[in-house]
Design a protein. Sequence first.
Length: 181
Amino acid sequence: MAQDTRLSGSPFKRLFFAVPVGDAQRRDLAAWRRGLALRNGKPVPAANFHVTLLFLGDVDAALVPSICAAVDQLARPGSAPRLLLDRLQVWQKAGALVLEAQSTPPALLHLVYGLQQALLPLGVQVSSRDYRPHLTLSRDYRGQPPEAPTAPDFYLLAREFVLYESRKGAYTPLARWSLAG
């Protein structure tokens, strides 16, 4: 796979950790989004639906094996956390229409914190913002959340999490880890 390079010439990858969404839920989410009759923004392809855990941004490609080795050592929940996406919001600053969780399972918070701590020794810079689990429905969205014909009520069973590479709008899984014990 081709890699982007920095001005210095060293290759990098744009990376993030996320919980993937299964095929059936992707279809349900896409159908629910169609019911919103969005009039602005750019809908995220249903194939790209996921719940972000930690965005890494541009990382030297040579660090990917070390990142995976560090994550291999993480303590993980004994069972799959269950996340309820139940609030439609617009993140004005990011220009994103998202489904959020009003409540975050402690196991996901511990996982995100563990990922942050595991990456510190590798020098990977991660956001210091509080973790807000969400699924992006549309980018470049402006205005208020649209009226939903039915309230959002999507349960996601986080059986695994994935290290993805984002390249030209496509998300490629690089590694997977189980959360289901």
